[in-house]
Design a protein around this ligand. Sequence first.
Ligand code: ATP
Length: 268
Amino acid sequence: LRREGFSSIPEVKWEDVGGLDFIRQKFNENIIMSIKNPEDREAFGLDLDPGFLLYGPPGCGKTLIAKAVANEAGANFIHIKGPEILDKFVGASEHSVRTLFSRARTCAPCILFFDEVDALTTKRGKEDGKGVIASLLNQLLLELDGADRRKGVFVIGATNRPDVMDPAILRPGRFGELLYVPLPSPDERVLILEALARKKPVDASVDLNAIARMEACENLSGADLAALMNKAATTAFIEKVKSPNRTLDVSIKTSHFEIALREVSPSV
Ligand code: ATP
């Protein structure tokens, strides 16, 4: 668990996330306001924080927004992958879940992000001859239910498969608040491309709004749009390096996006 339990404040900022306004607002009113106003929160008798479950197709920003929440709140972030903790659990450490929460408490305020959380929480009895998942799930429930143990520890889970999860884990106080992270709409694709362009030398002449609304961008996920942006940057880079005397600007132009658009396709 050493590596997975590593905590730090992520560098992902709100501006790096395109769209997802509804989820942003949810996290702002819950986790971020709680972390920034602990006294008021306690005065209102709010002790147990809701846990959140982000669900939806891959590559649409679940991990990204969880990191941005931690950055915005100035909180530590621990990234746990469900299948990895499962492997560890089957192997040596019987206390992995408890250790994890205790580590999160020592660096509170902390966001504990369970990626692929379905691996730990499949319906009890299913696909699990040895009862390993059942006992892991029980440990996890115990930790999630303890208000004292959860002080300053905020849990967010992510999954592509909410349907396979044991309903017990989806109760209030556990991963009780379900938030759907959909494939981006055309408007959201514009916002995502703009967010991605903050980190690339995109020429002012490029119309990201028009690109995002092209047929070739239909059904692209955020991750696909990131691939598109990288492909355009790579094309521009190769063109510059190969150009005689390397006279070209460092800039990504519409022609580079046109080439990139021919190479991307929806991954979902
Ligand atoms: P998975 O279910 O596969 O874990 P995910 O929903 O957690 O996927 P992320 O890991 O957050 O997806 O996204 C992958 C990459 O795609 C991000 O690092 C980012 O570059 C890009 N991306 C996805 N969604 C967005 C978004 N809304 N805004 C900006 N970039 C995005």
